[in-house]
Ligand binder design. Sequence first.
Ligand SMILES: Nc1nc2c(ncn2[C@@H]2O[C@H](COP(=O)(O)OP(=O)(O)OP(=O)(O)O)[C@@H](O)[C@H]2O)c(=O)[nH]1
Ligand SMILES: [Mg+2]
Length: 326
Amino acid sequence: VPAVVTGRDQLGDLVEAARQGDRAALARLMSIVERGGDDGATVSRLTHPLGGGAYTVGITGAPGAGKSTLTNRLCSLMRAGGDPVAVLAIDPSSPFSGGAILGDRVRMGDQAGDPGVYIRSMATRGHLGGLTLATPAAVRVLDAVGMSWVVIETVGVGQVEVSVAGAADTTVVVVNPGWGDAVQANKAGLMEIADVFVINKADRRGGAETAADLESMLSLRGEQDWTPPIVLTTATSGDGLPELFAAITGHRRWVESSGRLAERRERRTRDEVRSLVSAELTRRVADVTAGERFDAAVASVAAHRTDPLSAARDLVDGSAMMRPDD
Ligand SMILES: Nc1nc2c(ncn2[C@@H]2O[C@H](COP(=O)(O)OP(=O)(O)OP(=O)(O)O)[C@@H](O)[C@H]2O)c(=O)[nH]1
Ligand SMILES: [Mg+2]
């Protein structure tokens, strides 16, 4: 069991080792950002200036849609260009069972021996701010160590998961053939975030109908400057995978050349900083509303020596917590 790492110097050494290709160091950094806290903050501070080169692809859809099998195949295609690839499988439901993690390892077995592929399952239940803050921190680490592609797999079930999946440079929404699957995707908010649609399990009946459903739903959106292509795949056999990869790189070329990539990243940065401001203020509120100073203020209000608003303002103004660190 590795010793607990604290302190900027040791974390700096860890970042340096991970950048030299030390996978154990990378795994430790990922655990640190997963936990959050002060060490997580330090890792983000150290890794953010080193990043900017990674392109992120979100893969989302219903449980069991074939996201991991597709991701495994996509990895091979991304690797063919020689670039290092990371996969971040976000597991919101079962962080401690190990079931999903083991399942993903087995399904991603093709990549097991490739040093250019790094696969990580991340459980984010314990993280303050949850998925929304832990995912960008993890991507920042993978970016800083030189990953060219970062594939983020999330189950598109709740609002948070959908927003995390939609925070990628290219978002792929996976549905399966069958009556109503496209309608379900629409209900879950997946239509809005899709840059590319995949109908996986095209070896089953109903793929063409599902494609028609998707097309008619897309036509209801009105004029848009990007129309998500719809690709049919059979992830288990690899059918349609080159077409899917071409659709992803096609979208990538479009966002890069149209200026949309810069816009998207700016919007994401705005959202992340806003979430952090909110988390920071929540933390400071908790600090100000506990302890002796707070108890004394409450006593003073209770005794009618001070009114509540004046007491609150005194607490805020007099609190070191409300002033930036110097
Ligand atoms: N018939 C068929 N089965 C598939 C296909 N793709 C995946 N599967 C199977 O579907 C099951 C689920 O595949 P996964 O890749 O684990 O799906 P997932 O979306 O990652 O699942 P979760 O991460 O648990 O939500 C596995 O048994 C796969 O072998 C396909 O194209 N055709
Ligand atoms: Mg999976």
